[in-house]
Design a protein around this ligand. Structure first.
Ligand SMILES: [Zn+2]
Length: 93
């Protein structure tokens, strides 16, 4: 693990914590876990800080695995609002 991504690092942002927890989630079930904080930040920017599903601007960003079986990689992690991430999770269970 890159020490700069450690959530306990001073100045760590919510973005860094989310990337870290996404990697933990993926690793726990044996999936790829390559997402870096910068990649996650870039993904949020690519979506214009909007929900990838309903496109509303996000106050609070949730990290969603586009394909739950593909792990924490830069092209599988997308920003979502709370409502859409819950629906996405239910649909993929
Ligand atoms: Zn949404």
């Amino acid at each position: 693990m890159n020490w700069k991504d450690a959530p306990w690092q001073s100045g760590a942002t919510r973005t860094a914590r989310q990337a870290y927890h996404a990697r933990q989630r993926a690793t726990a079930v044996g999936l790829p876990a390559s997402l870096t904080t910068n990649e996650w930040r870039a993904a949020i920017e690519a979506f214009g800080s909007r929900c990838a599903f309903c496109e509303q601007p996000l106050d609070r960003i949730y990290l969603v695995f586009r394909d739950p079986a593909a792990g924490a990689t830069h092209d599988n992690c997308i920003p979502s609002c709370n409502r859409c991430q819950r629906r996405h999770r239910e649909e993929n269970q």
